[in-house]
Design a protein around this ligand. Structure first.
Ligand SMILES: *[C@@H]1O[C@H](CO)[C@@H](O)[C@H](O)[C@H]1NC(C)=O
Ligand SMILES: *[C@@H]1O[C@H](CO)[C@@H](O)[C@H](O)[C@H]1NC(C)=O
Ligand SMILES: *[C@@H]1O[C@H](CO)[C@@H](O)[C@H](O)[C@H]1NC(C)=O
Length: 341
């Protein structure tokens, strides 16, 4: 159901809870609620197809949904239920119209079966999908990844090779995965400060969202509160002597969850329990562009993605966990929002 008035009605503790922040809060960008799932639904990640249709992964049920943001009244369409797991996490397009999805056994607020995580292929590249936009993708197991305790964010290592990078948030390390050979290799070890675990409001956790841009691995670390980058080689390993470059530190009471980098190096990151989207320009200037710490308009954002094609970089799509883990937040259903850039 689309309940814009309900969402506006959920402002809590106006001003009172706002501590000093090093960030300018200037949420001038127009934010539109596209769809809100039923109460208690947590959306974990979002990918944008070349058609700008959104793919949404849920944690609260192992379900993959599609949502067309251009529809006047967007409604989610269930594409697939991953019965061999209880939750879905990262999603990334590694070949044209072919996506990898992470599935594993996890239940909120944090009960997890270590080593139960696997990558699945979600393939829209068939002729049938091209002819009929409503056709379901073909889903198949790529490989179990027992090397990782768990996998949260994933991204492509390079657009050419189709290799993926996988963030093990539990042990604070990054693996590469080759969908063709199905081999998993540890590339950034748990000692690296970009990815390592640290204790936080979400427990002892490390690297969460990740992206690659311009020979760098960009990562949001939920445990250390650091949004940073590291120069990497073509295989995903850190370049010799490369050091963590801090892009931004999470303000008190917030954490970085996921990020996206546009083609000039501007980073858009979501602050999880901070309820905001922050833009960091390549020069380091940072600003809240959507949401507010004291508003449930964006209730515990979990992931971001940019629009593509003829709408390239015009909109930022944001998904949320509906406040389920953020202290003091009102619990609503997972939200799908569009921010006009
Ligand atoms: C994960 O959960 C599924 C669905 O409940 C179950 O069938 C499977 O055995 C579990 N796998 C592991 C490794 O615990
Ligand atoms: C189910 O998940 C487990 C753990 O990742 C994996 O070993 C197994 O191959 C999967 N089975 C199917 C049918 O996907
Ligand atoms: C959603 O569920 C939570 C408990 O899980 C409850 O506290 C909250 O009031 C519910 N909100 C709505 C809008 O129903």
């Amino acid at each position: 159901m689309f309940h814009p008035f309900l969402v506006l009605g959920l402002w809590i503790l106006p001003i009172l809870a706002a501590g000093p922040s090093q960030l300018a809060i200037n949420p001038l960008k127009k934010t539109t609620l596209l769809y809100q799932f039923p109460n208690g639904t947590w959306i974990e990640n979002v990918a944008v197809r070349s058609t700008n249709s959104l793919l949404l992964t849920l944690v609260t049920t192992p379900d993959l949904y599609a949502l067309d943001p251009s529809s006047p009244n967007p409604q989610p369409e269930l594409l697939h239920t991953f019965h061999n797991a209880t939750a879905l996490f990262g999603i990334a397009e590694y070949a044209p119209d072919i996506f990898a999805v992470v599935a594993g056994n996890y239940s909120l607020p944090g009960s997890m079966t270590e080593g139960s995580f696997a990558l699945y292929k979600v393939d829209f590249s068939s002729e049938e999908c091209a002819k009929n936009p409503g056709a379901k993708p073909r889903v198949s197991l790529l490989a179990p990844v027992p090397e990782a305790a768990s996998i949260n964010g994933i991204c492509t290592l390079s657009t050419a090779g189709g290799k993926l990078l996988l963030a093990d948030i539990t042990r604070g390390q990054v693996f590469s995965f080759d969908p063709h050979t199905r081999k998993t290799v540890l590339v950034v070890p748990p000692t690296n400060p970009l990815v390592k675990v640290a204790s936080s409001a979400f427990g002892t956790v490390g690297v969460d969202g990740l992206r690659t841009f311009d020979d760098h691995l960009y990562a949001a670390n939920l445990g250390t509160g650091i949004l940073g980058k590291l120069a990497i080689n073509a295989d995903g390993t850190p370049q010799a002597g490369s050091e963590l470059i801090v892009i931004a530190r999470a303000a008190d009471g917030t954490n970085w969850d996921d990020l996206v980098v546009d083609d000039v190096g501007t980073v858009y990151a979501v602050t999880s329990s901070g309820n905001t989207v922050v833009r960091v320009r390549p020069g380091g200037e940072q600003e809240v562009i959507a949401g507010h710490p004291d508003s449930m308009e964006i209730d515990e954002p979990t992931a971001v993605a940019l629009s593509r094609g003829d709408m390239k970089n015009e909109k930022l799509f944001v998904v949320t966990g509906g406040g389920a883990l953020a202290p003091g937040n009102e619990i609503v259903g997972g939200q799908v929002l569009a921010v006009d850039l």
